[in-house]
Design a binder for this molecule. Structure first.
Ligand code: ADP
Length: 447
């Protein structure tokens, strides 16, 4: 029987296979291949070549998993964007002229507008891009929400300009994210994606359910180009992380801004999951399993010296099988200085992190304590009825939340350990995991 395996959809060829036998696929070292079936016999997959679109059998030993993308600030979704440079400067950058070579600059004469500069037939043509009613246009006919859209359109259609855009002139010091994503196998094909209904509302737009080559996926579309660039960093972090309790990235699509495609967590976020079911449906045992799931995901981040910085039940998603996974790596960082204090979620953030802007795995442990409280109170808002200012002041003075109703005392004791004022005194996720495992055996008869 054909099996679809979530984790294994994309592979990279380890060596050339240029003389295929009948039914086999030809490929070269480094080519990106998408597995379409794994149940095709021992040692073989049925795969599709991402560039040629051809399908055929490949040997499992000839391919490897995709590599993580280096978190590299020079990686840009808009490497062709050169900022405020003059017309003559743009011309000199586009020399020697090559048909279809292009860049975008900010207009000096008309602040707020852009100029698309394109090489064609030994000259450089400058198209003024007008910003009108929150949209961009060159010809008052074709309108775009952002520069990414505009460049995508004119790369496929000539439209009102002299030639299709063929080759970006990259700004010095930037690297094309598109190229890097495609080389490493993280760029997905929009034609394989079928979008379904909206399943959630994020800060930067709706999240949709979808289907990607037979796999159920969730798709976040970020239209604004500046935000898309910021999310690219979150995505590169995700390429490094693989754990059963972290929401898994399938890849990204560059179309209409940025589409981030992840595994579908059919039961939504943990807060809604708990609130809509409540204590008569969800047992303490199940709550403990959620707590352990999250703890294992966090222990993995801890082992990679990554700090999540926004751990809260709203950022935990539940799979169809009822497994809880950590999501929203938007703030996850190796370096632990809070660059934007205003953004920290006060009710979840450790006092030293709020005060000294010092974030660490141990401040994630504090947030985990709050998450435990949310879990055992079936999705209540922490510090009920207290303002952020009150929370900040009282917690600093030693105030801690009381145990949620009917919470096992041993679980409340864990929360209190996570809320030790002194970060060093808080347990590690590894220690927490051991304690939760012990707790779970107490609560699961027969285990
Ligand atoms: P934000 O932008 O506020 O961080 P997200 O965009 O990550 O939030 O998600 C918003 C909501 O969309 C989540 O609370 C959840 O209900 C839903 N959602 C996000 N990702 C997934 C997913 N992979 N599977 C199922 N639902 C999801």
């Amino acid at each position: 029987m054909a099996m679809k395996s979530w984790a294994s959809s994309t592979r990279v060829a380890k060596r050339d296979h240029s003389k295929p036998k009948a039914g086999e696929l030809a490929y070269r070292k480094g080519d990106i291949l998408t597995i379409v079936e794994t149940g095709t016999g021992k040692g073989h997959y049925m795969a599709r070549h991402n560039t040629t679109g051809e399908e055929g059998l490949i040997s499992t030993t000839n391919v490897r998993e995709r590599e993580a993308i280096c978190v590299d600030p020079s990686l840009s979704l808009m490497p062709w964007f050169h900022g405020k440079i003059s017309g003559p400067e743009a011309v000199s950058k586009l020399l020697p002229v090559e048909d279809g070579l292009f860049l975008v600059r900010e207009s000096i004469r008309h602040p707020g507008d852009y100029v698309l500069c394109v090489s064609y037939s030994s000259q450089v043509i400058h198209y003024r891009v007008i910003y009108k009613d929150s949209k961009l246009t060159i010809d008052n006919t074709q309108y775009f929400y952002n520069l990414l859209d505009m460049i995508e359109f004119y790369s496929k259609h000539k439209g009102a300009i002299v030639t299709k855009l063929l080759k970006p002139k990259e700004k010095e010091g930037t690297k094309s994210a598109e190229l890097e994503l495609s080389k490493t196998g993280w760029l997905l094909d929009i034609r394989e994606l079928t979008l379904g209904g909206s399943i959630g509302e994020g800060e930067f737009g709706a999240v949709y359910a979808g289907d990607y080559m037979g796999q159920k996926v969730a798709v976040k579309n970020i239209k604004c180009d500046v935000t898309a660039q910021a999310f690219l960093e979150e995505t590169t972090v995700m390429t490094k992380l693989q754990h059963k309790n972290l929401v898994r990235l399938l890849g990204v699509i560059l179309h209409n801004g940025l589409h981030i495609v992840t595994e579908l967590m059919a039961k939504g976020n943990l807060v809604n999951f708990l609130r809509t079911r409540g204590r008569y449906v969800i047992s303490t045992d199940q709550l403990l399993r959620f707590a352990l799931d999250v703890c294992e995901g966090m222990e993995y981040l801890e082992s990679k010296r990554l700090v999540h910085r926004d751990l809260a039940a709203r950022n935990i998603l539940v799979s169809n099988e009822g497994v809880a996974k950590v999501s929203d790596f938007g703030l996850t960082k190796l370096d632990c200085k809070a660059s934007d204090k205003a953004k920290l979620p006060v009710k979840w953030t450790a006092p030293e992190a709020l005060k000294k802007e010092k974030l660490s795995t141990r401040s994630d442990v504090w947030s985990y304590g709050v998450l435990l409280w949310e879990t055992f109170s079936y999705g209540r808002q922490p510090y009920p009825k207290m303002s952020l200012k009150e929370v900040k002041e009282l917690v600093e003075q030693g105030y801690r939340m009381e145990a949620p109703e009917e919470c096992p005392p041993s679980v409340y004791a864990l929360m209190r350990c996570c809320w030790e004022a002194e970060p060093r005194k808080r347990p590690s996720f590894q220690k927490l995991q051991e304690k939760l495992e012990r707790e779970l055996t107490k609560h699961s008869p027969g285990c």
